[in-house]
Unconditional design. Structure first.
Length: 259
């Protein structure tokens, strides 16, 4: 009960009680990202990490472009969503990619994978769409001792670490989610990944960012810190680098398409 009250008090007033699956909510969140300097800096850092991971691979298609601005960091990046919303070029479900065989150099996403109801089906589809040597790069929530507390008590999305990834997530394209899904697929059930999606080599998982997103408020909570404190929080997080498996709230995950 206390956690629910706290979430209510910290909720971003402009998005409180809105339907997450309404495209208008995504458009509003895009405006929030642009108007919150602290949060925009976080997205910029994420996008630079993604840009580095897909360097040399073209074309780049972003899944779930939503409120972001990755195309400003990766010029020519194709923006897509699961529903029609301003600024996107393609509309499709990640489980039914509309690309020809070997037509894509890289698929990128930010906080999208944990919304995909059938993650292995997506990875199998992606194996057909991405050329040999191409990549999937994503920034996703990650499970640690610290993040498990934050995500289960303060975040609006479910975070179920003992879930079965083969059971489809219930809900709409955005309301349906399990924040623990990336950790489940790429850590807990890593052996199953080789069996269910053998075309993909898990190149790296880099846990990161234990505090900044939380104090930024994200897109659903009020900002707890002003934008000018970003360098201070970067330095604080750098001191936690050796202990990210305990403290990380997110991870950069990169997969390479095998030959």
């Amino acid at each position: 009960m206390r956690a629910a009250v706290l979430r209510r008090l910290l909720a971003e007033p402009r998005t409180r009680d809105l339907d997450l699956d309404d495209p208008a909510t995504t458009a509003l969140r895009r405006d929030i990202v642009r108007r919150k300097p602290f949060l925009r800096d976080i997205y910029r850092d994420w996008y630079r990490a993604l840009a580095s991971a897909v360097e040399g691979h073209r074309p780049v298609v972003e899944l779930g472009s939503g409120p972001g601005f990755l195309d400003e960091i990766i010029p020519g990046c194709v923006r897509s969503e699961v529903f029609v919303t301003p600024g996107v070029q393609l509309v499709f479900d990640a489980r039914a990619l509309p690309f020809g065989r070997r037509a894509v150099g890289a698929l990128v996403m930010t906080n999208v994978f944990h919304h995909i109801p059938e993650p292995y089906r997506f990875l199998q589809q992606a194996a057909d769409a991405v050329h040999v040597g191409g990549v999937i790069a994503m920034i996703e929530p990650w499970r640690s001792a610290w993040s498990s507390v934050v995500y289960t008590r303060l975040h609006h999305e479910p975070f179920v670490a003992d879930a079965d990834p083969n059971v489809a997530i219930a809900g709409g394209p955005l309301s349906g989610a399990n924040g623990a899904l990336p950790w489940i697929v790429f850590d807990r059930d890593r052996a199953a990944l080789a069996q269910r999606a053998p075309a993909w080599e898990l190149q790296r998982v880099e846990p990161m960012m234990p505090f900044r997103y939380l104090v930024s408020g994200g897109v659903s909570m009020r900002a707890l810190m002003p934008g000018w404190t970003t360098p201070i929080w970067r330095r604080i997080e750098s001191r936690f680098a050796p202990r990210m498996r305990t403290w990380a709230m997110f991870a950069l995950i990169v997969l390479r398409r095998r030959g």
